[in-house]
Design a protein around this ligand. Structure first.
Ligand code: PLP
Length: 429
């Protein structure tokens, strides 16, 4: 494979030598299945059934078959799925729930919304997944659940997490929002613990045309609770045995997702091919020591919701600005770990409490990995990274730092028009 030769300095790169690359291009997916989607939406509109209904029931059955779990209960979002799971497990005010801090906000906010206390565990620096040794250290008599997050599409180390939960006698809620079809020793995520929580947010591997989510469980008692909790605890109509929430999936979402589900396997394979190609390209450029690419996971199927690299020497933000200036979309998942979020300051966590989490928040960068990404676009991404990382380092001055910030927050209009920097509403998590 011939790769563009890295120029001596970033400044010597001709601006137009490579095309721009979006972080995510949902329009490409839509173009391929547009007619099927429109027909499905029209069918729902004709039926006049807009909430739950036959499409939702069918989708739940199809997901149960795809994930090999006995129960699938859909709901209004992945965030609600986490909340419903903790409600079904009867998490009470003051109970402790161990969660990673390096994850999307909803993993911990579901805990605090019930008046329970998130106890943050650090991560493994190579996989960015919850560190089982730290989970063990943070167990207490008040621990009532564990929430491993299968972040970026890689299943957490369930060989270690499940025995810890079993010994402590606490249930495991899998945050599988980013990991649909990922496996662990052949079993699908979501069916490994007591409850699995998934998101249909549009950036996810199976994304709807808006918000949505679902839960999986192998437990009949939990499934029955979840079905009640998502409809205000109502059964029969207007008789409420418990206080639930309103968290139902729309029929239009279900109809769209039913069109997409049969493609999920091939889209997942395309993500895996793209991940493999990135690894080959990075190896060819020989950027060892300057960038760390994710490793393989022999114990399970990684579904690559994100391809996240670690950038050494404090150069992540400058690299991101360089990529933005050349039309390559990237994102930082996540710039502020949850234990340092302002809204959680009442919990008393300090900077330095979770060193690997804090280091990841400063060093990681997500690159485009969506299924329709082309090989040429990937060469562009890696070529741009190489030209930057091989260029001599410039001393950081306040003016230099300010120019990096403005390149990130205010990229050229041409990039915004082309979608190269991603749409703000589509790159939240
Ligand atoms: C790890 C994780 N947990 C939970 C959620 C919440 O899902 P939703 O956006 O559907 O509420 C997301 C993403 O959105 C996520 O990435």
């Amino acid at each position: 494979m011939t790769l563009p030769t890295a120029p001596e300095t970033v400044a010597s790169v001709p601006q137009e030598w490579l095309p721009s690359v979006p972080l995510l291009a949902l329009d490409r997916q839509y173009a391929a299945i547009k007619h099927e989607i429109r027909t499905a939406i029209e069918r729902v509109c004709d039926s006049g059934r807009f909430v739950l209904g036959p499409d939702v029931t069918e989708l739940e059955a199809e997901l149960a078959r795809a994930l090999h779990v006995p129960h699938v209960i859909s709901c209004a979002s992945g965030s609600d799925a986490l909340l419903l799971a903790l409600m079904a497990l009867d998490i009470q005010p003051g109970d402790e729930v161990i969660v990673p801090s390096y994850t999307f906000f909803a993993t911990a906010s579901a805990v605090t919304r019930l008046g329970a206390v998130p106890i943050f565990a650090d991560i493994d620096p190579l996989t960015y997944l919850i560190d089982p040794a730290d989970v063990e250290r943070k167990l207490s008599k008040r621990t009532k659940a564990l929430i491993p997050v299968h972040l970026f599409g890689r299943t957490a180390d369930m060989d270690a997490v499940m025995p810890i939960a079993k010994a402590a006698g606490v249930p495991v809620v899998e945050d599988a929002a980013q990991s649909i079809l990922s496996t662990w020793h052949g079993d699908c995520s979501g069916g490994l613990g007591d409850v699995g929580c998934f998101s249909f947010y549009p950036t996810k591997n199976l994304g709807g045309a808006g918000d949505g989510g679902f839960l999986t469980t192998t437990r009949d008692d939990v499934a029955a609770q979840l079905k009640l909790l998502r409809v205000h605890g109502m059964e029969p109509r207007y008789y409420h045995s418990l206080v639930g929430i309103n968290s139902r999936l729309d029929s239009i979402q279900a109809a769209v997702l039913r069109v997409k589900l049969p493609y999920l396997d091939q889209w997942t394979t395309a993500r895996q091919v793209n991940a493999g190609r990135y690894m080959e390209l990075f190896a060819e450029y020989d950027l060892d020591g300057r960038i760390v690419v994710p490793g393989d996971e022999p114990r399970g199927r990684h579904v690559w919701n994100q391809f996240v690299v670690r950038v050494a020497d404090g150069r992540r933000d400058a690299l991101r600005a360089h990529l933005a200036a050349h039309g390559v979309g990237t994102e930082i998942y996540y710039p502020v770990p949850l234990h340092l979020q302002k809204c959680f300051s009442f919990l008393g966590w300090q900077k330095g409490d979770l060193p690997e989490t804090e280091r990841a928040a400063e060093e990681t960068l997500a690159l485009p990995i969506f299924p329709e990404l082309t090989a040429d676009e990937q060469r562009t991404v890696v070529g741009r990274i190489a030209e930057f990382l091989r260029a001599p380092q410039v001393a950081r001055t306040p003016a230099h730092a300010a120019s990096i910030d403005s390149a990130i927050t205010d990229p050229p209009h041409v990039l915004r028009r082309s979608g190269a920097v991603g749409r703000a509403d589509e790159v939240r998590c």
